[in-house]
Design a protein around this ligand. Structure first.
Ligand code: KIV
Ligand code: ZN
Length: 520
């Protein structure tokens, strides 16, 4: 890298993000997200933890084969088996990377029960082994920010001498603070022999809400790679949010004169897709990608905005890929208007897909006076719309609900080639509907998440529902959107079941056989 102000963006949505409980994505979803990350100019994609399961291995391998310009990285603990498996998965990439790590703090050293010297030897052997396989090796001392300075400096030097090309400094438990984060990197670069030959990277968790600040401080201290995830997805309070660090460096370039290769106009689209496929909704007031991030509702703000947008806006909505015009479509809008609006929203579609979407758009416009941008996004992501190849399809639903319990649902469900009709009762309309689905199609899947959100304001707003099911270690998330919350719920449930059926046919499980927290 010749430009000293260029910061590499290393996205770990598909590894650290996806490994957080409940955020499991399907194989196809991982491929889709990797494609979007590659298109938006992310430098390195950590595609998974290949030893964790057959599914992880298959996803990392396919992402590696398909990658156009991003480096594809696979995670491995500090043992030869993990490293070989990671290499096997990423080796097909035009630019592969192995990322190997071990917990170096006193608490983490106690897990494999290694002395400082034994661990140092392990680091030397494993980094050397990784470097013999691949020219591009990243090494991380997990829990670096709680590792004794002398020991940290010693093992970083060992990793550099063994051939690591990137040294990543993780704040695994989100414990550090900006001043400390900058100082640590600065000191490592100044005092560790060989430090000038490698790139220092920062990997922050958000337990104290300081991940973005800590990452940027690390860059001020000399780091030139930030590890992050879309929407800050990740375990506990999550990881550094990609959209936050990228936009902070862009908007405050005057005091943070660093650049990235990320096309920020692609941020909104990928944020929405990650939220949909992971089932982790973005909080309304989340920086950059929250629904309210560019909404100016109070009278005073609106007045100022109309006179001069800069009064209350430090970046333009278009800079992050929000549509320039928020004019809604209606039932008289034609195909061309729909296509133009989708283009504005960063959604490209083939003609046949557009045809299908247009039919669903018209149906929605018949029920809803104005179809807003968010309605369209929900329509595009509406996985719950029927597909003839699906095993299950909702054909008819009528629900009786009111103040008197129990509520009941009359459902016709296509199961394979047969249509089944049942009436079931439940504790509320959604419970009654789910019971009806279970009667038509008995199954042992356990409901893990049932989540409802309103796409826009108003009583005719579409509801988006996501449902996560688990059966024998396999996980599937279904989603749907409809102006009728109960209909959206049943379709999301049936969509999740259809995905589970596909997963069953393919075999394997989504539950990793090993976790990166297991001592390697
Ligand atoms: O948080 C962490 O320490 C990690 C490592 C595996 C890099 O995710
Ligand atoms: Zn992490």
């Amino acid at each position: 890298m010749t430009d000293k102000n260029r910061v590499l963006i290393f996205d770990t949505t598909l590894r650290d993000g996806e490994q957080s409980p409940g955020a499991t994505m399907s194989h196809d979803e991982k491929l889709e997200i990797a494609g979007l990350l590659d298109d938006m100019g992310v430098d390195i994609i950590e595609a998974g933890f290949p030893i964790a399961s057959e599914g992880d291995f298959a996803a990392v391998s396919e992402i590696a084969k398909n990658a156009k310009s991003a480096t594809i990285c696979g995670l491995a603990r500090a043992n030869f088996k993990d490293i070989d498996r990671a290499w096997e998965a990423v080796r097909h990439a035009k630019s592969p990377r192995i990322h190997t790590f071990i917990g170096t703090s006193p608490l983490h050293r106690a897990i494999p029960n290694l002395t400082q010297d034994e661990m140092a030897e392990r680091i030397h052997e494993t980094v050397t082994h990784a470097r013999n396989l691949c020219d591009n090796v990243q090494w991380s001392p997990m829990d670096a920010t709680r590792t004794e300075w002398d020991y940290l400096a010693r093992v970083v030097e060992i990793a550099i001498r063994a051939g690591a090309t990137t040294i990543n400094i993780p704040d695994t438990v989100g414990y550090t603070a900006p001043v400390e984060s900058a100082d640590l990197i600065r000191r490592l670069i100044a005092e560790v022999p060989g430090a000038e030959e490698v790139i220092f990277s920062t990997h922050c968790h958000n337990d104290l809400g300081m991940a973005t600040a800590n990452s940027l401080a690390a860059v001020a201290g000399g780091a030139r790679q930030i590890e992050c995830t879309i929407n800050g997805l990740g375990e506990r309070a999550g990881n550094t949010a990609l959209e936050e660090v990228v936009m902070a460096m862009k908007v405050r370039h005057d005091i943070m004169p660093w650049t990235t290769g990320v096309d920020s106009t692609k941020i909104m689209h990928i944020s929405r897709r990650v939220a949909t496929v992971s089932g982790f909704n973005v909080q309304f007031n989340k920086a950059i990608v929250g629904k309210n991030a560019f909404a100016h509702e109070s009278g005073i703000h609106q007045d100022g905005m109309l006179k001069n947008a800069e009064t209350f806006e430090i970046m333009r909505p278009q800079d992050v890929g929000l549509s320039e015009s928020s004019l809604p479509l209606g039932k008289h809008s034609g195909r061309a208007a729909l296509r133009a609006k989708l283009k504005d929203l960063g959604v490209e579609m083939a003609d046949n897909q557009l045809g299908d979407l247009f039919v669903r758009f018209k149906a929605l416009a018949d029920r809803k006076k104005e179809v807003f941008d968010d309605d369209l996004v929900a329509l595009v992501s509406d996985a719950g719309s029927a597909d003839a190849s699906d095993h299950l399809e909702v054909k008819f639903l009528r629900v009786i609900c009111g103040t008197e319990a129990p509520q009941s649902a009359d459902l016709i469900l296509r199961v394979g080639d047969a249509e089944k009709r049942v009436t079931a009762k439940g504790d509320g309309p959604v419970d009654a509907c789910f019971n009806a689905v279970k009667e038509c199609f008995p199954h042992g899947a356990r409901l893990q998440i049932y989540q409802v959100g309103a796409v826009t304001e108003g009583t005719d707003a579409q509801a988006t529902v996501s449902v996560r099911l688990e059966e024998e270690g396999r996980i599937a998330t279904g989603s749907s959107a409809d102006t009728d919350t109960v209909v959206a719920s049943v379709k999301a449930y049936v969509n999740a079941l259809n995905r589970l059926i596909l997963r069953r046919e393919k075999g394997g499980t989504d539950t990793p056989e090993v976790s990166y927290k297991d001592a390697g």
